[in-house]
Write a protein that binds this ligand. Structure first.
Ligand SMILES: [Cu+2]
Length: 338
């Protein structure tokens, strides 16, 4: 029985491992699929190190096999043999030293390229880490035009974007593998990095430094789009919330503005102006809720507002106080904020 299934099982394992490995090379949160200059430099460095180390490893194994299989000879203890051994060891040491110098030089050069200032025309976005969500703020000369886009970073394709990263509480780490390596967000310090996307797409990133209970639910989406789409997006985001489109949303706004929601959330154009939680002015336009935890549908929004603590235990939003009717109205209002 075992013998008969042995081969197909082996083939099955091999196919599965291979297809998993290949699947891991695509995807929107994968270092093997670089979509910008910084990620490409990092991937190239990684492959180079892998290749050099692979060749060295293979050579060591060959030498070991040769040493094990070779027969002992008469003159192994002779002066000639000793000289040959000394020569070989000296040569191997020299090659190792040279390789280490080359590896150090390549990694320093790659590091320099990653930190060198980006060219003119770069746009700047402030990245602010919170337990457990991201705020992306687009500066503007007019303070009221500063746009906040929680958990969703929009960038124009082909343009360097400088990120100035800070934390409001503990250390977080910004990591979007398709676009760049990790950069820590440290309380009291502004760190920076720049990213650039070659192609339109949605890339996923995640906090890469353990930051407490819901660290694993601290993700973000990077939406890279052509410049005109990006400009249209930011133009829409600059607008304050419009008037509710229907009766339900109208009542929802009333409930929202009279409930504890306003002590933590901003909806520009209303009296809600607190920044403890994510800005909700355009919450209906986002892809996900609660830092990539839920898709942004009415059902998931309902689940979140009704009982966010069971969705993301320990998160900084207190338990719901709304009645069922009020909750429905607030959902209608939040969905209308696009
Ligand atoms: Cu974090």
């Amino acid at each position: 029985m075992t013998r008969r299934t042995g081969r197909p099982a082996g083939a099955w394992v091999a196919t599965t491992v291979l297809s998993l490995a290949l699947a891991g090379c695509r995807g929107n949160q994968v270092i093997f699929n670089p979509q910008g200059p910084a990620a490409r430099d990092i991937a190239q460095l990684g492959w180079f190190l892998f290749a050099v180390c692979g060749v060295v490893y293979a050579m060591v194994l060959v030498a070991l096999a040769w040493a094990l299989l070779r027969r002992r000879r008469e003159d192994d203890q002779g002066a000639g043999a000793t000289r040959a051994i000394t020569r070989t060891v000296a040569l191997a040491t020299a090659v190792t030293a040279a390789l280490l110098v080359v590896l150090a030089a390549t990694s320093v050069t790659a590091g320099r390229g990653l930190t060198s200032p980006s060219g003119p025309g770069a746009i700047t976005v402030d990245v602010i880490g919170h337990q457990w969500w991201w705020d992306f703020q687009y500066r503007d000369v007019t303070p009221s035009d500063v746009v906040s886009s929680p958990n969703e970073l929009h960038i124009p394709v082909g343009v360097p974007v400088v990120l100035r990263a800070q934390s409001r509480d503990v250390i977080h780490s910004f990591w979007v593998p398709n676009l760049h390596g990790k950069r820590d967000l440290i309380p009291g310090v502004v760190t920076s990095l720049w990213i650039q996307a070659d192609r339109p797409g949605v890339y996923r990133g995640q906090c890469a430094e353990f930051c407490g209970y819901q660290h694993a639910h601290m993700a973000m989406q990077v939406v890279a789009e052509p410049m005109d789409a990006f400009l249209a997006w930011i133009q829409r985001q600059r607008q304050p919330a419009g008037d509710p489109p229907d009766q339900e949303a109208l009542r929802g706004r009333e409930v929202f503005l009279q409930s504890p929601c306003v002590s933590c959330h901003t909806v520009r154009g209303t009296i809600a102006g607190s920044r403890v939680g994510p800005d909700l002015t355009h919450v209906g336009s986002r892809l996900t809720l609660a830092a990539g935890t839920l898709p942004n549908t009415r059902g998931h929004l309902a689940g979140w507002v009704a009982d966010s603590q069971s969705v993301k235990p320990g998160n900084r939003m207190p338990p719901n106080v709304l009645t069922a009717g009020d909750l429905q109205a607030v959902l209608g209002y939040l969905r209308s904020l696009r």
